[in-house]
Design a protein around this ligand. Sequence first.
Ligand SMILES: Nc1nc2c(ncn2[C@@H]2O[C@H](COP(=O)(O)OP(=O)(O)OP(=O)(O)O)[C@@H](O)[C@H]2O)c(=O)[nH]1
Ligand SMILES: [Mg+2]
Length: 235
Amino acid sequence: MKTIVVIPTYNERSNILEIIEKIFALNINGLEVLVVDDNSPDGTADVVKELSNKYPIKLISRAKKEGLGKAYVSVFKQILLAQDKPDYIIQIDADLSHNPKNILNFLNKIGECDLVLGSRYIKGGGTENWDYVRKMVSRFGNIYAQFILSLPYKDLTGGFKCWKREVLEKIDLDLLSSTGYNFQIETTYKAHKLGYKICEVPITFTERKTGKSKFNLGIIWESFIKVLWLKLKTL
Ligand SMILES: Nc1nc2c(ncn2[C@@H]2O[C@H](COP(=O)(O)OP(=O)(O)OP(=O)(O)O)[C@@H](O)[C@H]2O)c(=O)[nH]1
Ligand SMILES: [Mg+2]
């Protein structure tokens, strides 16, 4: 079985070494890491290049920062066009907010599902060190998306997910409209609409200790509008 772990980065120099070492410390057979970096001014890519001498890592460097959604779309396309395609594709943030150890739980679960979501809002999951505002934004965002899109999953906005390759092959990546974090909601919605089985495993999301957040009002606004638009398109 081949697994690719995709890590999107923008200015994650202070985190990238630790997350990569933690992922490879899991000793999972057939696992590769693919970092998609949007020309981070802090030189994240240089650290990745150096690590690629030691570990099976590929770096995809994009010319400029265009948002998380665009970065994922470009990398998913490359993965699906490659000769040696993976069985599973895992998404994880670079900033250690997601615990790499959970990758083992995802891989255990993916046998019985097509897409596994890391979920903060099921029993056993949670958030650590998030301020009140951030908690409320996340909670409200999830309830809003669940309600508008009639989805039964508790955590739609998280970025820790594991896909069976076939699911991503069936989603028309060129039709995805989200540039930012709404990508997470949109892709899960598409998989649901295609009838795939989606499961959730509990995760604890820990607020980043170093580096700067890219979360902003524009991201909230995009989700607010795009969720409505997704619904209208499928009526
Ligand atoms: N390639 C690429 N990666 C991005 C972009 N925006 C964010 N990221 C990465 O996506 C992941 C999630 O971004 P974060 O800034 O951690 O967003 P967040 O988790 O909502 O916010 P905090 O954890 O509170 O900082 C991180 O690994 C970022 O480096 C982008 O435009 N391009
Ligand atoms: Mg983060």
